[in-house]
Design a protein around this ligand. Sequence first.
Ligand code: GTP
Length: 600
Amino acid sequence: IPLENYRNFIIVAHIDHGKSTLSDRLLEITGVVNPHAKNSQVLDKLDVEKERGITVKAQTVSMIYHYRGEDYLLHLVDSPGHVDFRLEVSRSYASCQGAILLVDAAEGAKAQTVANFYLAYSMDLKLIPVINKIDLDTADIPRVEEQIENMFELPKDDIVHLSAKTGKNVKYLLPKIIESIPPPLNCQRDAPFRAQIVDSWYDSYLGVILLINIVDGTVQKGSKISSYRTKNKFEVKEVGIMYPDRTPFPKLVAGQVAYIIPGLKNPNDVYVGDTLYDSNFSVEPLEGFEEPKPMVFVGAFPTQGTNFKKMEESLNNLFLNDRSVTFQRATSVALGQGWRLGFLGSLHASIFKERLQKEYGEDLIITAPTVPYKIHYKDGVEQIVSNPDDFPDSLEKTKISYFSEPYVDAYMSFPKEYVGKVMQLCNANRGAQEDIQYSPTGMVFLTYSIPTAQLIDDFFGKLKGVTKGYASLDYEDAGYKPSDIYKLEILVNGEGIDALSTVLHKSEINRNAKEFVQRFKKFMRIQQFEVVMQAKANGRIVARETIHARRKDVLAKLHAADISRKKKLLARQKEGKKLLKSRGQVRIPPQAYQAFLRRQ
Ligand code: GTP
């Protein structure tokens, strides 16, 4: 098949607008899958994806379509819809020349459609607008058409109306793809081999499998190729296309998005976005390599009696298929040895938190999520701190100039009657309004800049709460902004407890401090002596709770008149307590931390 007959495209859609259903229909029409075998949703493969019904990893599937006497090779590249996976998303988009903008006929475009539209548009992809679910009684096609025309500036006449579920009109889509999306003509088949790794996954039998976008040349079994990033050389064991599963092919050529098996056993040897090239030549790397940047961190600590080594091995295996999770050892005075895990965003973190809890249950304590904060020193040095315990106690005026925290641009869409409540919520979360648009479908599209820390504090849950579940949310990393943030530390009889520190904005310190000490108090058993729980921020005590001692009645057996003896005993008891206190011998049972952290 000549390069002119290749088409690489992606489907851009909001969750549940029918991306997977439409993909299945396209695969049926092109004979890749049998319409009678109910193996629906070929593209979503990972277990996490199945459980959550969302796509986390990039996938691709190839189709051959016969049109006007010629064969066309189509690559449908599927990418995560969620912006936590922005790097994966943009890499998938980069391997395509066109995108189907899929909108639900009843719901109209929503937050995720908008965010992904901007990305596709900025990458110069040819857009084909499609209205899906025209079979629904609630479909309001004229209004959705108007919305597509207004918001995306795409002509009404170009819109394809179809029902992915019933299959109606789907057959008109493939000719449209062939006619309007350009082939990947920037590729050179005669040049030395060069490709970008779009995704990688791990098979316990075959080892690492790579999904690659071949930009130049050809590759086949036995080809000797190198990684630009690691300089490792390897011999290709197998090449093929996803049709819909791995189907070996004698040779892959420029313009294809396909898989290769490099014969690597260690997934850590592979970097998504890296350039692969013919070992006999030296080449320029392809653009688009970026290290995944974790934006949400949690601590994970095994409870007493759990085998640390074994758990570490097991966690390592869990993360083999998701290289974007960062994983480091960490030690806490309170909780012992454990790990600090980094995730790309809050959705990513919550997926894994759920998995970890399912898999390890009571054996693993997971601390509250935090974002990476930045410390700006006066000498211009910047330091990123992802563990609140490492955050300075106060602004050391001599060295530190200021702190900053990460922000996102949050795109929200919801029916217009909720606009007041949503703005209130955003303002309460330290947001700043950036844009508002009213759509003919009765929806409002609102953009706010809000701190990532607020976003990961169940912002979506709260947003759904104030809109009776009607809101949708998407967001994009918007860099760091200076912020008045402090470490809030919990002290028990004057000693800090490391695993309980948090970093908070000035405006939230007092309320949180009070709540924190009150809550922690409940988990402490009454001791022989007085226990003082304090919350400290910026060098000051901001909240305090006292747990009174259980007084041992040393006087019980004394006669009422024996005053001097009484005084002596009481004095001795007081001394003893002082001694205990000064030694800081407050016994905090690990269960107290665990119970406290589980409640967060
Ligand atoms: P994610 O994988 O979560 O991103 O969702 P998706 O966009 O892939 O949506 P999916 O294809 O899973 O469809 C979501 C729901 O809409 C399913 O219950 C489909 O059966 C339904 N659906 C898809 N297309 C149509 C359609 O044309 N008409 C009707 N009535 N329902 C449809």
